[in-house]
Design a protein around this ligand. Structure first.
Ligand code: ADP
Ligand code: S3P
Ligand code: MG
Length: 196
């Protein structure tokens, strides 16, 4: 691949866009990290299409994520998620926000790694819980102690999310600030890989 043309004085979004080239930018991380809402802003900044994998799954199945889990179970949902992700990742550049379990699935993770730059939005339990407890759209959290369930998922999944190309700390700041941090991290990751 040829080097992106980045000129001194280009804005953050121009530089991030040039760095990305035709690769996808894929946001991964636990429920509540901000993948869907921050991903949308990042795509707008970069001027490339945005797709939320859960939204696409709901569109093609004409069912909500909760309905899919209830009707077919998690294994079937994962199989559908893998198929949808493989298709979504074919035509870069796009910003693709994944559902929290997508990167944990071996096959889906391989597709993600091959098709672009993965960004882990990493948040602590208090931030995640504060956000997800406001809505009941997440079937995996319909348990007796959902906060504990979230913590268990965190312990199980964080070593796998750590395989992402880039990690950005998802904090209690405005979504626009988070989006800027993602753009900066994309540029920094490229600079580091060029220097090493
Ligand atoms: N930086 C942020 N500051 C405040 N609220 C946020 C932030 N990021 C996300 N949220 C809110 O948290 C909830 C979960 O965000 P969402 O983007 O759906 O996360 P994910 O897709 O990772 O599960 C939403 O209600 C969203 O508006
Ligand atoms: O973590 C998970 O396994 C899931 C996360 C959800 O997406 P968000 O991470 O966008 O909430 C959604 O895909 C489904 O409820 C399963
Ligand atoms: Mg989401």
């Amino acid at each position: 691949m040829s080097d992106p043309v980045v000129k001194v004085g280009d804005s953050l979004k121009d530089r991030a866009r040039a760095t990305l080239g035709s690769r996808n930018l894929i946001l991964v991380g636990l429920m509540g990290a901000g993948k869907s809402s921050v991903g949308r802003i990042v795509a707008h900044q970069l001027g490339i299409p945005f797709i939320d994998s859960d939204g696409e799954i709901e569109r093609v199945s004409r069912m909500t994520i909760s309905e899919l889990f209830a009707a077919y179970g998690e294994d079937e949902f994962r199989a559908l998620e893998t198929r949808v992700m493989k298709r979504l990742l074919k035509n870069g550049p796009r910003v693709v926000s994944t559902g929290g379990g997508a990167f944990i699935n071996d096959r889906t993770r391989k597709h993600i790694k091959k098709s672009g730059l993965s960004v882990w939005l990493k948040a602590d339990l208090d931030v995640l819980w504060e956000r997800v407890s406001k809505r009941d759209t997440r079937p995996l959290l319909k348990t007796e102690n959902p906060r504990q369930t979230l913590e268990n998922l965190m312990n199980a999944r964080y070593p796998i999310y750590a395989e992402a190309d880039i990690t950005v700390l998802s904090r209690d700041v405005r979504k626009e600030v988070m989006a800027d941090e993602v753009l900066k991290a994309v540029i920094e990751a490229q600079t580091e890989s060029t220097l090493s």
